[in-house]
Ligand binder design. Structure first.
Ligand SMILES: [Zn+2]
Length: 306
């Protein structure tokens, strides 16, 4: 049988999916070896692919990586220890004649949601991944938009405050993800609970617990969530006014807060955005951690059909 691989390289594990056409037939993962600036990452992937091929014919490999990518060249991926890596070229040299494609991981997840997830009915949307940080992917007319330096969709680093209150990993202050990621929410809750009568003083502070407390009506937890939502609505209304998407598709670990979170974001967004943008839809992503491998594989199928 002919097969393609969809691969999602993360800082701790590499997810590998084997597909027959659009059907995921096998899914596994290997540990990410970040020693020696991640030089073993591709060799490890090649070894695993050989093992998983099992006599099938390899037609293509799509890969998502945690860093900006322009035309198949990774422009630095800190989590992997990578500087500039000509990833598509490396793949092509190892497997001459097959179709290869390397894209940013949040972009791969966006494409995955469009291929078989909750973004199926959209051609213009922005995928937002809410985890320990915030990432994004921009899809315009059904195509990924990577931007001039591969940084389109870096919506975690839109400034949402002034006054240098919170330093971001990127070196800037008051980025969106310092307020609206799981990390940002915990930071806010930590500050807000001091000297207050709240469940937050009796539980471990993490995004899930804060949301559970907010859902149960704890006022301090609600204030922390509302503060997060306000910052997110500021960022997304800016994005919406720039590209006027049909929808925002919200994924990542924090999106498990579900409709409770979505309803709040939608309401705050409608309050802050330009009038003609109020109809922008907000939907939850549906593929979870598999979105990246589906998206990477879809990029290959699309090129095979072209
Ligand atoms: Zn930042």
């Amino acid at each position: 049988m002919n097969c393609i691989f969809g691969i999602d390289i993360g800082g701790t594990e590499i997810k590998i999916g084997k597909f027959y056409q659009d059907k995921l037939v096998l899914k596994t993962s290997i540990r990410t070896d970040v020693s020696n600036n991640g030089v073993n990452i591709f060799p490890d992937i090649f070894t695993k692919i050989e093992e998983l091929l099992d006599g099938d014919q390899l037609l293509g490999i799509g890969v998502g990586v945690p860093g900006p990518v322009v035309k198949g060249v990774v422009r630095g991926a800190q989590n992997l220890g990578w500087g500039n890596v000509e990833a598509e070229k490396l793949l092509q040299e190892h497997y001459p004649g097959i179709i290869v494609r390397v894209i940013n991981d949040a972009n791969a997840a966006a494409i995955g949601e469009m291929a078989i997830g909750s973004a199926r009915r959209f051609r213009n949307f922005v995928f937002v991944t809410l985890g320990t940080g915030i990432g994004g992917g921009v899809v315009i007319n059904g195509e990924l938009y990577e931007g001039f330096t591969g940084s389109a969709g870096e919506i975690g680093h839109l400034p949402v405050a002034t006054g240098k209150k919170r330093l971001c990993n990127c070196g800037l202050y008051d980025c969106h993800e310092r307020y609206a990621s799981a990390t940002g929410l915990v930071y806010s809750a930590e500050e807000m609970r001091k000297g207050k009568k709240t469940i937050l003083n009796d539980i471990e502070l993490n995004a899930k617990n804060i949301f559970d407390a907010a859902k149960a009506g704890d006022e301090v937890a609600l204030a922390a969530v509302d503060f997060m939502v306000e910052k997110m609505a500021i960022a997304l209304s800016t994005v919406a006014a720039t590209i006027n998407p049909e929808a925002f598709v919200i994924g990542g670990g924090v999106s498990k807060a579900g409709d409770f979170l979505l309803t709040k974001i939608r309401r705050k967004f409608q309050e802050l955005c330009f009038m003609e943008l109020r109809g922008t839809e907000f939907v939850l992503a549906s593929l979870g951690n598999d979105a990246g491998i589906y998206g990477a594989a879809y990029e290959i199928r699309k090129r095979m059909e072209a």
